[in-house]
Design a protein around this ligand. Structure first.
Ligand code: PLP
Length: 473
């Protein structure tokens, strides 16, 4: 493809995406086809001769789009949002066009330096503690996901717990990770990958009303483990848990970690984005105790997957844990010690130029534009919660500090399962579920920039009507 051919094909692809976004409200939110339907329509092998982009785009519309769950649909209220946006797509397009591999400063100086500055900009936007800024001992890096951030935090925590000898000795003792019963599964996975075994994670009980980690139970668990010869290595606290957006109390958890010298990682994968709004920074109280922190701009900050922002308070400790420098990567800039080589801040070696999409997003929207997006989501969720509260058939299951509402029909699980199935079968909206205190609970997470009061009201109308059919007579 010549640059001129690329220009023409690129226009057609951008047109296709713009049309896709514009027609989303007319599509069912989820695929209506059975498993295997997409694969069955595809040829069994690749074409022998090349084809024009028009042919590919035609099949994209005919074969692929109908088989998608449309995450950018205004009626998508499942899981947590995975926003994208025009500026994010354009930044990603430039990144793909540049094809830069940013594993070392030397392999793309601007790739590294823009990333450092973007993470400092984000730290300022969220008003994160000064210890995470690159101007001191800390700094930020883009990981592919919050799961990877937790894995990296786990490895650094083990390095610290082993007295800086983890690189040489590996897992030489019984180390333990602490997190709440409500924490994300990526914490257990990270511990498993790190070689801690099945009893490597201890789940700490939560307050039944708030679903937040109990600092008293955390302290008791750490003390019991120490007495039994187990080394407490890491506490992962969550700001905005996956099930209900509970906020673990950092002002109480932080001092426990400090007292016992345990590494504290804060996982704010979803809710961190809310901190662009000063009035939604309550979850960050006590963050100055944290050794590392992450949130996903790819969830709620209009930045397409993948983009997790991860900060550490001591970049030197992180690099010491992860660095490996083979001969073929040696270069004068690295040897000078004057540059950041992000390969040492993550598990893989190679890395894309993801800072570009953040740069595009931050400049296009500005902090005020991002605040408007977050505030709209929070207000829409509150509007929906009001509807639930006003209907005696329903109950709100947990507080809704951000843009997720957890609710259920009063009574047994069966009608709630039935309700969710009926609602999603309409194709107009898509919700997911969780279990809260053992009870089947529906989750409505607002986040698509296309969702408006009309869509939330329509969701409520569909739910309310379906409830009449789901409740046994
Ligand atoms: N942590 C929390 C609290 C989450 O809610 C999620 C996903 O929803 C994750 C971690 C995992 O995020 P990622 O897909 O970026 O690994």
């Amino acid at each position: 493809m010549t640059p001129e051919e690329f220009r023409q094909a690129g226009y057609a692809v951008v047109d296709w995406i713009a049309d896709y976004w514009a027609t989303l409200p007319q599509r069912p939110v989820t695929s209506q086809d059975p498993p295997g339907a997409v694969a069955a329509e595809l040829p069994s092998g690749p074409p022998t001769q090349g084809e024009p982009v028009e042919a590919i785009l035609t099949d994209l519309g005919k074969l692929v789009a109908p088989g998608l769950t449309h995450w950018q649909h205004p009626g998508f209220f499942g899981y947590f949002p995975a926003n994208t946006s025009g500026p994010s797509v354009l930044g990603d397009l430039v990144s793909a066009g540049l094809g830069v591999q940013g594993m070392l400063w030397a392999t793309g100086p601007a790739c590294t330096e823009l990333e450092t500055v973007m993470l400092d900009w984000l730290a300022e936007a969220l008003d994160l503690p000064a210890r995470f800024r690159s101007t001191g001992r800390g700094g930020g890096v883009i990981q592919d996901s919050a799961s990877s951030a937790t894995l990296v935090a786990t490895l650094v925590a083990l390095h610290r717990a082993a007295g800086g000898r983890w690189r040489e000795v590996g897992v030489d003792r019984r180390y333990r990770v602490y997190t709440s019963t409500e924490a994300h599964s990526s914490i257990e996975k990270a511990a498993r990958i790190a070689g801690l075994g099945t009893d490597g994670v201890r789940l700490i009980e939560v307050d039944p009303a708030t679903r937040a980690m109990s600092p008293t139970a955390l302290r008791a668990a750490i003390e019991a483990d120490r007495a039994a010869g187990v080394v407490p290595a890491l506490v992962v606290a969550t700001v905005g848990t996956t099930s209900t957006t509970a906020v673990d109390p950092l002002p109480q958890i932080g001092p426990v970690c400090a007292e016992y010298g345990v590494f504290l990682h804060v996982d704010a994968a979803y809710a961190g984005a809310a901190a662009v709004c000063p009035e939604l920074r309550f979850g960050h109280a006590g963050l100055e105790y944290a050794d590392s922190y992450c949130f996903d701009p790819h969830k709620w900050l209009l930045t397409g997957f993948d983009c997790d922002a991860f900060w550490v308070a001591d970049a030197g400790e992180l690099v010491e844990a992860l660095t490996v420098l083979p001969e073929y990567l040696r270069n004068a800039a690295t040897e000078s010690g004057a540059v950041v080589d992000y390969r040492d801040w993550q598990v893989p070696l190679g890395r894309r130029f993801r800072a570009l999409k953040l740069w595009f997003v931050l400049r296009w929207y500005g902090i005020e534009g991002l605040r408007e997006h977050i505030r709209r989501g929070v207000a829409l969720a509150a509007r929906f919660a009001d509807r639930v509260r006003a209907d005696d058939r329903f109950e709100l299951v947990a507080p809704h500090p951000y843009a997720l509402v957890c609710f259920r029909l009063r009574g047994p699980d069966g009608p709630n399962e039935e309700l969710l199935a009926r609602v999603n079968a309409t194709g107009r909206v898509f919700l997911t579920h969780t279990r809260v205190a053992g009870r089947h609970t529906l989750r409505l997470a607002v986040g698509s920039p296309q969702s408006t009061e009309t869509h939330v009201d329509e969701a409520w109308a569909i739910i309310s009507e379906a409830a009449a059919d789901a409740i046994p007579a």
